[in-house]
Design a protein around this ligand. Sequence first.
Ligand SMILES: *Cc1c(COP(=O)(O)O)cnc(C)c1O
Length: 368
Amino acid sequence: MAISISAPVRALMRPSAAALEPYDPGFSPVEVNLSANENTYGMPPEVRERVQAALAEVCVNRYPAPLADGVRERVARWHGVRPESVCVGNGGDELIFNLFLAFGGRGHVLVNCPPTFSVYRLYAELVETEVVDVPRDAETLLPDVDALVEAARTASIVVICSPNNPTGDVMAPGDVARVCEACPGIVLADEAYGEFAPAGASAEPLLATHPNLVVLHTLSKAFAFAGGRLGYVLADPSVVGALAAVRQPYTVDSLVQAAACTILDDRDAFAPTIAKIVSERERLSAALSALSGQGVRVWPSSSNFLCVRVPRAHEVWLALRDECSILVRDFSSTPGLEGCLRVTVGTPEENDRVASQLARLTKEVRNG
Ligand SMILES: *Cc1c(COP(=O)(O)O)cnc(C)c1O
């Protein structure tokens, strides 16, 4: 069903909102959905059972714990911080929005490193924050750290997505530290995909020495809970206070809190799947790299997706969807990502299927 805004209604909207269109993730019913970086393995069956049992105990006649203290305590214990350093949200997206609500706005500046996750710019602009771009290198897709450190000197918020969506690279913690030291405002390290990155890649150890650092995590990716909507940040208690001040009190409902507590108690059960996704990533990457003779290029990834450049990318994307029932994400019209698709790493069968179809289609495109 198409949602649209009529001209008279648009005229009533605040200008920064009137500039937007309703979000359409472009989902089509397909057999193989590798478009949204979900964990396509799902939860381990024993965790799924425990989640169901926990859900059955919830009393929904009462309001949820406003700050989700059960979740906060578990997150705090896991990450070795105090519960006061944890803020929970309705998905990481809500926390990103609240960060801009609290620290963005007119007269404030976001420093962003495109191509990256599109919601940073979207939410910044919605609350009328000026956006300064420090673009990534056109060839390596890596950020220009020296330029970022310079731009950070006048920023209210710097966002570092690491591993970056959709390019897959990690920013070294030493570089994140330089940005934190230069920035008078808040530095958000978005580590939504951190569980797929090598040890030592996280900016988390900097929290103790850099009170302007905020590290974002989500249960949507590694922990197979995208439908549940649970994200959290680790930050200085005072920054958590600022986020708590602007948040709506009951956005993380009792059912999600109960499920999230169970997932966090059982988080070790996800380790084999995460390791499998990492090994599948390398296998899929090798399979697609072998198509370099057909004009295919794959960038290294520390995440659960690959950024892949293919000839006539939009045509290939359409053929994957309509002929092969495989959905990946089309970034080919995003500046800096011309010709690029983002392929989520799925199960071995899903990866074989997307690899063989990409091999066939890029051969056809080349010959035709
Ligand atoms: C998926 C994602 C998030 C958070 O997703 P939620 O489902 O809202 O928790 C945050 N940042 C990036 C870069 C992501 O890809």
